[in-house]
Design a binder for this molecule. Sequence first.
Ligand code: GTQ
Ligand code: FE2
Length: 346
Amino acid sequence: MALQATERARDLEAYRAELRAAGLDAPWAEPGPLIRPKASAVRARLWRWAEIEPLVRRSAEFMTPGRGAERRILRLDNPGVPERTSTHTISTAVQYILPGEVAPAHRHTPNAVRFVLHGHGAYTTVEGDKCVMDPGDLVLTPSMTWHDHGNEGTEPVMWIDGLDSPVVRYLENLAMDTYPEERQPVAAVSGVSERRYGTPGLRPSTVEPGRAAGHLLHYRWEATHTALLRQRELPASPYDDVLLEYVNPLTGRSVLPTLGCYVQMLRPGIRTRSHRETSSAVYHVLAGAGHSLIDGVRFDWTPGDFFVVPPRAGHEHANDGGDPAILFSFQDVPLLTALGLYHMEA
Ligand code: GTQ
Ligand code: FE2
């Protein structure tokens, strides 16, 4: 009997060696279930603006954007996530550009978004459409659209970049091109996408050709802020209070196929109900003071701070001040939704 068992084990070993040589694998030969749940590598964490800001300013001593040195950025590095991104699907960075500087034109497969934090006078040109940006503005650079930035003002400008590069890398399609010149040509009129698509309730009957076609590229803070304030007295979500998603006005869908952008207002005294989502999020505090509980760990935040909510982590937010708290966020909800994997539970 014992001999038979040893013989069988020896035969199995030999069989498995043959499988390996044939490029095959028999998962039933290992103990445990076929589909093994994997814990998230993403950790809940907070980055303090008081710590980030001086380090961003100092980066100018060591790096100047130009040809071959594309962007002066510092990434929010999540310990545990390979490739130094803020969640497994979202790369977040703070970009810094001084008066007179140009971040040269390029294009790449990842979709990107920027949200301006400080300073006036910078622009992003997207496929020839020059978007002059002010604090609180959101500007899209969809996949493979040519884009360059510059600061034509008198003060340094800082913004947040959000990219779906971890997803594109996973899909093994990371690629980029540099434009033959520092800047791409600019259309005779600026803000073309806003002129075409920027009036709520009115849709143009023709869509221009090109990679940026059908996209509103520039969402201004004034409109965003007004939209939040106008809902101050309306019923809102028990989980997020007044939460707005930036959408493509032509389709009503997320601004980018993988990455959603959101802004929310936690009214004074609000403490939201806890929930879990299959998606992950990177939050940035625009105004107010409060805290979030993420899987039971308390993170106190003030303006400029960033924090990450990993997939399936329970999270709730509280406004601890007397003024509205405003949070901006990048979330991979559209990606999970497209895959039929977006779920939320209280
Ligand atoms: O501004 O074009 O944070 O290409 C990372 C890659 C910003 C940009 C980033 C980029 C950019
Ligand atoms: Fe870029």
